[in-house]
Design a protein around this ligand. Structure first.
Ligand code: LHQ
Length: 265
């Protein structure tokens, strides 16, 4: 059986590919296990400085596997969906957000349900022209999970977030771009290559500054301006002590390209 998650490292980028194309990469136990293993490696391997999360085939991810994990649901048998979120989905979203390395979510095709919200847990979200996005939850009597009710209003505003969640309509990649759900679109033919280019570029940047940005942006959602200014001061103080800051300034003065290591010392 093919591995449910493919993992390879190229140009200091961990390329993590959801790999159940016949099910549009719907999330089952094998995919969750594969993702856990991938993030174990990404968290501990210093040579990995960025992540590219994408899907095999014509889908990015169709959300929870309704055939395998949830089939046979009936009113008499009460399923604790909260347990699945506690065990698999929420730790994954928290892990992605806390990862001190940038994540590019490359939505290569269909994204539905938790598949969309998994992408939104990344830092930079790009999509192929043929991609589409559906908060499919309402179609089966659920609410957006995997961070959907958190990410959506912050990214696209409350009005659009509520409409997408409540109507369960599919939006095209162009609409997603216009809404601000994704940063950029690329033609399908060059999508993987362009996605890798972005991730590889991030992998050459000062990693500690990217990690500190993730912390600052994460805190910004719950902070007032005063607290955020204090946090920026603290994080910037840390950045001022990094070799990459010294290298950045030296390279500027010497009018050459900087060579960042992403290391603390
Ligand atoms: C699938 C799936 C799928 C299995 C397509 N599962 N096979 C829930 C509960 C528990 C805890 C955690 O959180 C969640 C969160 C959730 O994510 S709930 C939302 C789950 N996702 C959905 O409701 C989406 C279901 N899929 C669809 O509505 C459609 O497949 C979409 C709109 C994604 C794509 O439509 P099409 O492009 O027309 O493709 P298709 O429907 O023909 O799908 C291709 C194959 O993939 C097909 O299999 P088949 O054997 O007929 O070729 C589908 O059955 C299979 N597939 N999604 N989630």
């Amino acid at each position: 059986m093919a591995e449910a998650v493919l993992f390879e490292v190229k140009e200091a980028v961990a390329i993590v590919t959801l790999n159940r194309p016949e099910r549009l990469n719907a999330l089952n136990g094998d995919i969750h296990a594969g993702l856990r293993a991938a993030f174990d490696k990404i968290e501990t391997d210093e040579a990995i400085r960025a992540v590219l999360l994408t899907g095999a085939g014509r889908g990015f991810c169709a959300g929870a596997d309704l055939m395998q994990s949830l089939s046979g649901v009936n009113a008499a048998e009460k399923r604790d969906l909260g347990a699945a979120l506690d065990k698999e989905y929420n730790p994954l979203v928290r892990r992605m957000r806390a990862l001190p390395k940038p994540i590019v979510s490359a939505v290569n095709g269909v994204a539905a349900g938790a598949g969309v919200n998994l992408a939104l847990a990344g830092d930079i979200i790009i999509a192929a022209q043929s991609a589409n996005f559906t908060q499919a939850f309402i179609r089966i009597g659920l609410i957006p999970d995997a961070g959907g009710t958190y990410f959506l209003p912050r990214l696209i505003g409350d009005a659009r977030a509520r409409a997408l969640a409540m109507l369960g309509e599919t939006i095209t990649a162009e609409q997603a771009l216009a809404f601000g759900l994704v940063y950029r679109l690329f033609d399908d033919a060059v999508f993987h290559e362009e996605a890798l280019k972005i991730a590889a570029g991030l992998a050459q940047k000062p990693t500690l500054a990217l990690a500190a940005m993730k912390r600052a942006f994460a805190a910004s959602a719950g902070n007032g301006l005063d607290e955020q200014l204090d946090l920026e001061r603290d994080l910037q103080r840390d950045m001022g002590y990094t070799p990459d800051f010294a290298e950045g300034v030296t390279a500027f003065v010497e009018k050459r390209a900087a060579r960042f290591t992403g290391k603390a010392g």
